[in-house]
Ligand binder design. Structure first.
Ligand code: ADP
Length: 739
C-alpha cells in the first residue's frame, strides 16, 4: 500500500497545546442508544486523551438518562478507570433509551447537572437518534441556562461562564446506517459474528444439501446483509435499499436451482431485518423459506441471528477505529469555537475526518425518506459510495450472464498468487475470475506461483470453479515464495504458449492479517509478543493500538537502550498502580540485537518483584485461519477493480497480441488516504526500500503517538488528518469507495 505524503497542516500536539490547552475544561462522555462493540475503546480514548491534554473527563452513566438524573450518574474518570476495557464488548458506562431527554423539561435538568460540574463539552457515542438529541441540546443550551437562572438554580455568572456547549459525536452502531462515514463503530465486529455463524452453517448445509435463510440485523439499513452476502458469496440477498424486481420469486428459484445444478451443495440467502419489496411490503425470512420449500422442495432452514451480532469482543478494526475517533473527538472539542457547528468524527477510506452533524443526520434521514417514497436508486446513492460499490460488486459476482450474452474480448487473462499465503487471497481470485469472465475474457489460473508458471501449470478456470472460495484461508491456487527472476525465459515462453494478454498478480497481502492476542485476566504480568511482517512494523504497530499495548518495537522507528530503559521504567511504575497487565509487541525484524529473548529477559529482570513476564512468538498462526470479513471484502473489491482496470487497458491497447508495455501498464493497486488508486511499478520503485521490502514512507506511522498517549507516555501527536470541518458530499459514480 502506498505511503501518504507528509501534509503541511501537521501540528504537533505540543505546539497545539500552547494555544489550546484542555486545562480548565470539562468533557462529559456518554454512550447512548443501541450498544456496539468498540464503544469502550472510544470511551477509553476520550478519557485518556482528555486527561493527557489537561482536561477533566466525566463519565455520564446510562446515556441521556444519567445526564437527566445527575447525582452518581456523573462521575469524574481517571486514567486507570478505563484500564482493561479495550477488549470488552458493549459499554462499561451503560447505555439506555431516555424518554425524558426528548422533552425540554428533561433537557433542562440535564443542562443543570452539567453546568453544576462545569461540563461544557460533550462527547456522544451513539446512533443518529442520539446525535440528533445532542444537537437539539446544543442549540437550546443558552436558552436552557437562562431558564435555570430565572428559576434560581444557577447564577448569572455561571450562565456567562458556560455560555456555549460544544458537541462532538462518534457513531456507534452495528448497522453502519449513518451517512458520511465509511464505517461506524461496531459494524466490523458484527460482521465477524455473522461470518462466524455463516461459516459454521455452511459446513452443515453442505453435508445435508440444505438451503439456509439467514436473517441479520438492520431494520432500515442493508449494510450488514450486503457485506455478509459479499463475504460469503451468498446466492441471494434482500435489502431495504434495493428491493428485488417484480417477479423476484421466480428469478430467485431459478438462480438457486442453477447453482445446485453446478454441483453446489448448499444455498445461502441473506435477509436484512428490514427487507422490503418494491411496494414497501416486508419480505420475511419465513416467507422466503415457504417459497423455496413449495417451489423447489429443498430442505430449508431459517436462522435469525439477533443479539449475537452485538456480542463478543470488538474486532481489531473496531478498536483501532474507536481509538482514533476518540482522540480526534477530544481534539475537535478543544478546537471548537462558539461558531463551530456540532460535528461527527468519522472515517473516510483510512483517514479521520470531521463532518457537520446536522448534514450527516439529514442525509441519513433522506435515505429513509427515499425508501418510503420508493425512490430506491436515490436510497442507494445516498447511502454513500461504499454501499454502492458493495452492491455493484455483489451483483457482478453473484449473477452470471448466459454465455451468448457476453461479448468476447478475445483476450486471455491469467491470475497468479505469489508470496506468503494470506487470508483473503482466494476471495481476490474468485472476484478476478468472475469479473474477467463477465468482461468477456478467457480466464486462466496459474498454480504454485512463478515456479508453477514456469513449468506450465496453467489451466482455464470457470465461473463455477471459484464458487465458495471467499471464506477459505490460504491460497487454493497454491503459492510459492520463489521470485520470477530465474524463470524469466520459461515464463515468457508460457506467456506466448497460452497467449496471455494480461497477468493479475495477487500477493504480499500479509499485512491484512490481524493479531488476535488478548492477554488479560492474569495477575501483574507483562506479555512480550513477537509479530511477523519482515521489516514492516504494521502488524506490531496496529496490533499494539488494537490491544492497548505499552510499547511496540518496530524497524521503522529505531530505538536504543535508553528507549528500552525508559519503557521498562514506565511500565514498572504503571504496574505498581492498579494496572495488572502489560503488553509489549516486537516486530520480528525490528532490531538485529535487541531480540525478543533479549527484551523478554530485560523486562523480566527489571520487573522483579513487581511483575513477571511471558513471551509468545505468534509465528504462522498469523497467516492461518479463515479470512476476516474485512479481508474477504477487501480481496473481493480490490480484485474486481484490478480486473476492470485490466479490461480497460486491454481495450485501449492497439492491435491485440502485440506488445504494448508502457510505464502504466504494470501497476499496483492499493489504498492511499481515501482512495483506491493504481500506481505504476516504475513510480512505486522510487518509493520502495528494496533491502527491507517496505515502502519508504509508511502512512500508519502517524498512528504511533496515539498508542503512546493511550499508554500514558508523553508523546506528540498530529492533529487529525486535516483538522478541518468538511462537508458531506456525493462523489460521482465513477469514483468508487476505498473500502
Ligand atoms: P440511536 O442513537 O441508536 O439511533 P435512539 O434513536 O433510540 O438510538 O436514540 C437514543 C436516545 O437519544 C433516545 O432514547 C433519546 O433519549 C435521545 N434522542 C433520540 N432522538 C432524539 C430527539 N429528536 N430529541 C432528543 N433526544 C433524542
Amino acid at each position: 500500500m502506498a505511503g501518504e505524503e507528509a501534509s503541511d497542516s501537521k501540528v504537533s500536539l505540543r505546539t497545539f497545546l500552547e494555544h489550546l490547552s484542555g486545562a480548565g475544561k470539562a468533557i462529559g462522555v456518554l454512550t447512548s442508544g443501541g450498544d456496539a462493540q468498540g464503544m469502550n475503546a472510544a470511551v477509553r480514548a476520550v478519557v485518556r486523551m482528555g486527561i493527557y491534554v489537561g482536561a477533566k473527563v466525566y463519565f455520564i452513566y446510562e446515556g441521556y438518562q444519567g445526564m437527566v438524573d445527575g447525582g452518581s450518574n456523573i462521575v469524574e474518570a481517571d486514567w486507570e478507570s478505563v484500564s482493561s476495557i479495550l477488549q470488552v464488548g458493549g459499554t462499561i458506562i451503560g447505555s439506555a433509551r431516555c424518554k425524558a431527554f426528548r422533552t425540554r423539561e428533561g433537557r433542562l435538568k440535564a443542562a443543570c447537572n452539567l453546568v453544576q460540574r462545569g461540563i461544557t463539552n460533550l462527547c456522544v457515542i451513539g446512533g443518529d437518534g442520539s446525535l440528533t438529541g445532542a444537537n437539539i441540546f446544543r442549540k437550546e443550551w443558552s436558552g436552557l441556562l437562562e431558564e435555570l437562572a430565572q428559576h434560581g438554580e444557577i447564577d448569572k455568572e455561571q450562565v456567562q461562564k458556560h455560555a456555549y456547549l460544544n458537541v462532538v459525536g462518534m457513531v456507534g452502531s452495528i448497522d453502519n446506517d449513518f451517512c458520511g462515514t465509511d464505517m461506524t463503530i461496531g459494524t466490523d465486529s458484527a460482521l465477524h459474528r455473522i461470518i462466524e455463524v455463516v461459516d459454521a452453517i455452511m459446513t452443515t448445509a453442505q453435508s445435508h444439501q440444505r438451503t439456509f435463510v439467514l436473517e441479520v440485523m438492520g431494520r432500515h439499513c442493508g449494510y450488514l446483509a450486503l457485506v455478509s452476502a459479499l463475504a460469503c458469496g451468498a446466492d441471494w440477498v434482500f435489502l431495504p435499499e434495493s428491493p428485488p424486481e417484480e417477479g423476484w420469486q421466480e428469478n430467485m428459484c431459478i438462480k438457486l436451482s442453477e447453482n445446485r445444478a453446478r454441483k453446489k451443495r448448499l444455498n445461502i440467502i441473506i435477509v436484512a431485518e428490514g427487507a422490503i419489496d418494491t411496494q414497501n411490503k416486508p419480505i420475511t425470512s419465513e416467507q422466503i423459506k415457504e417459497l423455496v420449500v413449495t417451489q423447489l422442495g429443498y430442505d430449508t432452514r431459517v436462522t435469525i441471528l439477533g443479539h449475537v451480532q452485538r456480542g463478543g469482543t470488538p474486532s481489531a478494526f473496531d478498536r483501532i477505529l474507536a481509538s482514533r475517533m476518540g482522540v480526534e473527538a477530544v481534539v475537535a472539542l478543544l478546537q471548537a469555537t462558539p461558531e463551530t457547528p456540532a460535528c461527527v468524527v468519522s472515517l473516510s477510506g483510512n483517514q479521520a475526518v470531521r463532518l457537520p452533524l446536522v448534514e450527516c443526520v439529514q442525509m441519513t434521514q433522506d435515505v429513509q425518506k427515499a425508501m418510503d417514497e420508493r425512490r430506491f436508486k436515490d436510497a442507494v446513492r445516498l447511502r454513500g459510495r461504499s454501499f454502492e460499490t458493495n452492491l455493484n460488486t455483489y451483483k457482478r459476482l453473484a449473477i452470471k450472464f448466459p454465455d451468448d450474452q457476453i461479448v468476447k474480448s478475445n483476450c486471455n487473462v491469467a491470475v497468479i498468487n505469489v508470496g506468503a499465503p494470506a487470508a483473503g487471497m482466494n476471495a481476490a481470485v474468485r472476484s478476478a475470475v468472475r469479473v474477467g469472465i463477465a468482461d468477456g475474457h478467457k480466464m486462466l489460473a496459474i498454480y504454485d506461483g512463478f515456479e508453477g508458471f514456469a513449468k506450465g501449470q496453467v489451466k482455464e478456470i470457470g465461473w463455477g470453479d471459484v464458487g465458495g472460495w471467499t471464506g477459505q484461508g490460504g491460497s487454493i491456487l497454491g503459492t510459492k515464495r520463489t521470485l520470477p527472476g530465474k524463470f524469466l525465459e520459461d515464463i515468457a515462453q508460457q506467456m506466448r504458449t497460452h497467449s496471455i494478454n494480461a497477468l493479475l498478480i495477487i500477493g504480499g497481502f500479509e499485512t491484512c492479517d490481524r493479531i488476535k492476542q488478548s492477554a488479560s485476566g492474569t495477575k501483574r504480568r507483562v506479555f512480550i509478543i513477537e509479530t511477523m511482517g519482515g521489516y514492516c512494523g504494521y502488524l506490531a504497530n496496529m496490533g499494539a493500538l488494537a490491544a492497548g499495548a505499552d510499547a511496540a518495537y518496530i524497524f521503522e522507528e529505531p530505538f536504543d537502550i535508553r528507549d528500552l530503559q525508559s519503557n521498562v521504567e514506565h511500565l514498572t511504575e504503571k504496574m505498581k498502580t492498579t494496572i495488572q497487565r502489560g503488553l509489549v509487541l516486537r516486530n520480528e525484524s525490528c532490531s538485529e540485537n535487541y531480540t525478543t529473548d533479549f527484551i523478554y529477559q530485560l523486562y523480566s529482570e527489571e520487573g522483579k518483584g513487581v511483575f513477571d513476564c511471558r513471551k509468545n512468538v505468534l509465528g504462522h498462526m498469523q497467516q492461518g485461519g479463515a479470512p476476516s470479513p474485512f479481508d474477504r471484502n477487501f480481496g473481493t473489491k480490490i480484485s474486481a477493480r484490478a480486473m476492470q482496470w485490466i479490461s480497460m487497458k486491454l481495450k485501449e491497447s492497439p492491435g491485440k497480441g502485440k506488445r504494448f508495455v508502457t510505464d502504466d501498464s504494470i501497476c499496483v493497486l492499493g489504498i492511499s488516504k481515501r482512495n483506491l488508486f493504481f500506481q505504476p511499478v516504475t513510480e512505486l520503485k522510487k518509493e520502495t526500500d528494496f533491502e527491507h521490502r517496505i515502502p519508504k514512507e509508511q502512512w500508519w506511522l502517524k498512528l504511533r503517538p496515539l498508542m503512546k498517549i493511550l499508554a500514558k507516555y508523553e508523546a506528540s501527536y498530529e492533529v487529525s488528518d486535516s483538522g478541518q470541518l468538511e462537508h458531506v458530499h456525493h462523489r460521482g459514480h465513477e469514483e468508487p469507495a476505498a473500502i
